[in-house]
Ligand binder design. Structure first.
Ligand code: ATP
Length: 249
């Protein structure tokens, strides 16, 4: 029995029930917005069609993401209400593995929710959390949507934006950043504009990037650069869509 949820781990829908429980708890704690519940429902439908497993191509994307993050000078992991509710400890582990900053970055920014998420991340081991300064602007977005930290996402060379809104993903790409997106819907705009789209559930994708980063740790730059160069974003999206439509790959 899982102490967090009282769901037996042998339950055939264990992962899905755990995910729902975490999102619900996130809303109750003031971390996740009600919109986040809708986003989760949308994601679940795609996950069901993907077979609720990490596909080979999503695994390749996670490996390319790990290589990008290890090569980066100023990597930042962007955290929203769903990500904080679903994988708080896992994003802290990833930040430690690749020496990245964590930045709270909300579509519906309120000071109370920013604080609650930062606190939640600290409870899960984060020592520094960015996003509260809000002294930078992503060009091309109306004020509240574009607010970031000047020494965080604004200055980052590689950003991981799980479950990002399409407009903001596009604006970040236009700033010339290497953008890694985790999203279960390959037709959503965010994975479409990403340098590395990972079509997988954040619950599986984040620990998987960390595992790849740990394996690649100490690998020479040239090999990491080769992994990055060999990754094909269009092919990854195409394979994900084929999996969803036909069950193949
Ligand atoms: P866009 O503006 O990019 O076209 P959208 O309007 O479809 O996107 P939203 O509803 O804002 O997107 O965000 C939800 C997105 O997050 C969906 O694409 C959904 O598939 C994805 N998503 C939801 N839950 C998860 C999860 N647990 N793991 C990965 N992706 C998820």
């Amino acid at each position: 029995m899982d102490r967090e949820t009282d769901i037996p781990e042998s339950h055939p829908r264990y992962e899905s029930l755990l995910t729902r429980h975490r999102i619900e708890a996130g809303v109750e704690k003031g971390i996740t917005s009600k919109q986040g519940l809708i986003a989760q429902g949308r994601g679940e439908a795609f996950d069901y069609l993907l077979g609720e497993e990490t596909t080979e191509s999503a695994d390749g994307a996670a490996r390319a993401a790990a290589a990008h993050l290890l090569l980066a000078e100023r990597p930042v992991l962007s955290i929203n209400g769903n990500v904080a509710a679903l994988v708080p400890g896992e994003v802290v582990d990833l930040a430690n593995a690749v020496d990245a900053a964590l930045e709270v970055n909300l579509f519906n920014r309120t000071e109370a929710r920013m604080e609650a998420i930062a606190e939640h991340l600290r409870e899960h081991g984060a020592t520094a959390v960015k996003g509260l300064a809000g002294d930078g602007e992503i060009p091309g977005l109306e004020h509240a949507r574009g607010t970031v930290d000047a020494d965080g996402i604004y200055a980052a060379d590689v950003v991981l934006v799980p479950l990002e809104d399409g407009d903001r993903a596009q604006a970040l790409a236009e700033m010339g950043k290497v953008e890694i997106v985790i999203d279960l819907n390959p037709a959503s705009r965010s994975p479409q504009v990403a340098d590395v789209p990972i079509v997988d559930n954040v619950m599986r994708a984040v620990p998987n990037i960390t595992a790849h980063a740990q394996t690649l740790e100490g690998t020479e730059r040239e090999s990491l650069e080769r992994i990055v160069a060999e990754f094909d974003a269009d092919e990854a999206l195409e394979r994900a869509e084929t999996r969803i439509r036909t069950g193949r790959f």
